[in-house]
Design a protein around this ligand. Structure first.
Ligand SMILES: Cc1cc2nc3c(=O)[nH]c(=O)nc-3n(C[C@H](O)[C@H](O)[C@H](O)COP(=O)(O)OP(=O)(O)OC[C@H]3O[C@@H](n4cnc5c(N)ncnc54)[C@H](O)[C@@H]3O)c2cc1C
Length: 460
């Protein structure tokens, strides 16, 4: 390693890169990290954290409405977008500085530059400097992808811009059906926008359990979000200060903003991967083995750029495991099974494990336990809402292989249910757990009645 300027060069200062750099430095490695935009990456700057802050802001609307049934009179509430964005920006700047502080304390040298590979051991910075590294970690994340080109696409914003809008959009069209589209639909609707969600598939949240998808859709519609599926925005026309989103099929929707949340693509372009002999998978992501090693022996990749499970805690785990493997003498492969995930929509989705469809495809017998009910709070608030809870159980072993919740607190529930599912808890273990009353989560340990049982035919 003495022949090199540094032991490790990390390209990208997001969730995965920052964790890897810090842990490697703590193992005694000489580490340099290049970040071309802002330290903290997508999650901190324009992803999870600012998103959740906007979600909190959007939920006050419902709280004010619900308060009346509990005897409160709330005088006319008004909302100021610029105050919210300024406060959010202040918090994000604080976090960004904290990330810088953590890296400095660990002895990582941070350069605010773009870094590209010139060969497997050479990183060239945008200031022209070349650094020779024994190991290189690619942690460049992903970026919004717009899908097919359409006329007027230049008028569309993505989640990147949505966090910094100068004016609050009174009307917004959001194209997409994934979690980012659904979350922003809830944010803007809660803050007072007229939201139209347009998705080309048959229902929102592809990949989630089908009951979750249909339940959430009806909850979104009950909150005034117009959901149009089987359709897409075919063109965007600027009409004065507004936009006209022309839908395939002929209709159009007038809006102050048109947002595309149509997926993300790994940041691999113009990174010098070919020069370093780093191969890509068919989906355009960096191909890696279970230790996150690429086709080039000293080059590794973690996080969204590898398109495994694109979530912050996964990128962090992968970054940590990389440092343990290469600099800590502890080869560590990340276990990507039973990772809990949430959609911070209104109401929330929390989920871990297999969907019913996935379970049916792999298990000889699948038992389903399902309940929908009006939450206690809605009895006085009068809100027309229902909670969905569903357990997917391996009918042969009685093991709970999936847990899906739509309702208030679903994300918090999924995190804890994930411990049980990861440990291999059986339905009998859930049943043996005494309920905590009155909660919504108690339903998860009191669902005795099987709602469906599916036996997989040999030919399936
Ligand atoms: C709107 C939104 C909401 C999200 N919400 C959640 C959530 O609630 N929960 C969750 O777990 N995940 C969420 N995610 C996903 C999460 O943000 C990512 O999974 C996570 O940030 C991935 O970390 P990473 O280190 O792989 O990449 P990133 O965090 O994207 O970091 C990559 C960094 O590399 C930098 N970079 C790229 N190329 C170069 C280069 N050549 N030179 C130097 N620097 C470079 C980028 O500027 C960036 O800072 C959300 C994402 C979005 C977009």
């Amino acid at each position: 390693m003495a022949d090199y300027d540094v032991d490790l060069f990390v390209i990208g200062g997001g969730s995965g890169g920052v964790r890897a750099a810090r842990i490697a430095a703590e193992y005694g490695a000489r580490v340099m990290l290049a970040e071309e935009y802002r330290l903290g990456g997508t999650c901190v700057i324009r992803g999870c954290v600012p998103k959740k802050l906007l979600v909190y802001a959007s939920r006050f609307h419902g709280e004010f409405e619900d308060a009346a049934g509990f005897g409160w009179t709330v005088p006319h509430a008004s909302f100021d977008w610029s105050t919210l964005i300024a406060n959010k920006d202040k918090e994000i700047a604080r976090l960004e500085a904290a990330y810088g502080g953590t890296l400095a304390k660990a002895g990582v040298k941070v350069v605010k530059n773009r870094g590209v590979l010139r060969d497997a051991h050479t990183v060239e910075l945008s200031n022209g400097e070349r650094v020779r590294a024994a190991y290189v970690l690619i942690a460049t994340g992903g970026t919004p992808s717009y899908g097919d080109h359409i006329p007027g696409l230049e008028h569309a914003i993505t989640s990147n811009e949505a966090f910094y809008l100068k004016e609050f959009p009174r009307r917004i069209v959001i194209q997409g059906g994934g979690y980012i589209a659904v979350e922003f639909a809830g944010i803007f609707a809660g803050l007072g926008s007229h939201v139209t969600l347009v998705y080309r598939g048959e229902n929102i949240l592809r990949g989630f359990d089908d009951d979750v998808r249909s339940h959430l859709r009806s909850e979104l519609e009950a909150r005034g979000i117009k959901v149009i599926t089987g359709c897409k925005v075919a063109a965007i026309e600027k009409a004065g200060a507004h936009f006209s989103a022309h839908l395939a099929g002929g209709n159009h929707v007038t809006a102050d903003q048109v947002m595309f949340a149509t997926g993300r693509k790994p940041n691999t372009a113009k990174l010098g991967l070919k020069e370093a002999g780093v191969e890509l998978a068919n989906d355009g992501a960096v191909a890696v083995n279970k230790y996150s090693r690429t086709s080039t022996e000293n080059v590794y990749a973690v996080g969204d750029v590898t398109n495994r499970i694109n979530l912050t805690p996964v990128a962090i785990r992968e970054g940590h495991a990389f440092a343990d493997t290469v600099f800590g003498g502890k080869p560590t492969a990340v276990d990507h099974t039973n990772v809990a995930t949430a959609v911070f929509s209104e109401p929330e989705v929390g989920t871990v494990g297999l969907t019913e469809t996935q379970a049916r495809a792999v298990l000889p017998r699948t038992d389903i336990y399902k309940a929908t009910f009006k939450p206690l709070r809605a009895t006085l608030s009068g809100r027309d809402t229902r909670v969905l809870m569903k357990l997917v159980v391996d009918g042969m072993s009685d093991r709970v292989v999936g847990c899906h919740v739509v309702g208030e607190g679903a994300a918090e529930m999924a995190q804890l249910a994930a411990v049980a599912v990861k440990m291999g808890a059986s339905k009998a273990d859930f049943d043996a757990t005494v309920a905590l009353h009155p909660t919504a989560a108690e339903e998860l340990v009191t669902m005795r009645k099987k709602t469906a049982s599916h036996v997989r035919e040999a030919a399936e």
